[in-house]
Write a protein that binds this ligand. Structure first.
Ligand SMILES: [Zn+2]
Length: 93
């Protein structure tokens, strides 16, 4: 789980260079981190699967979702097929 951290250092990314960046803890000590660089249509995703503990870094197309959608994105564990869903954070008022 350090690919995204390395990417940020390599590219010298600041928070303002990112369209999206999140790190979430999941059930069963799973976790997921995602980063989308501004102007990019690719999401860099790292996860530890809460089901089988498989840990992986991968990229996938970053799609926009409707405002009503509760899930911002999901990533499928390549080992067990578990769908890791990341909910949107509630917008600050
Ligand atoms: Zn898995």
């Amino acid at each position: 789980m350090d690919k995204i951290a390395k990417l940020i250092i390599e590219k010298g990314l600041k928070p303002s260079d990112c369209d999206y960046h999140t790190m979430r803890l999941l059930d069963n000590n799973g976790k997921v981190r995602a980063l989308v660089i501004k102007g990019d249509s690719i999401a860099h995703i790292e996860y530890v699967c809460p089901k089988c503990r498989h840990s992986e870094y991968r990229t996938q197309p970053w799609k926009s979702v409707s405002k009503a959608a509760k899930i911002r994105f999901s990533v499928k564990c390549t080992k067990c097929g578990f769908d890791i869903k990341v909910e949107k954070l509630k917008a600050k008022k």
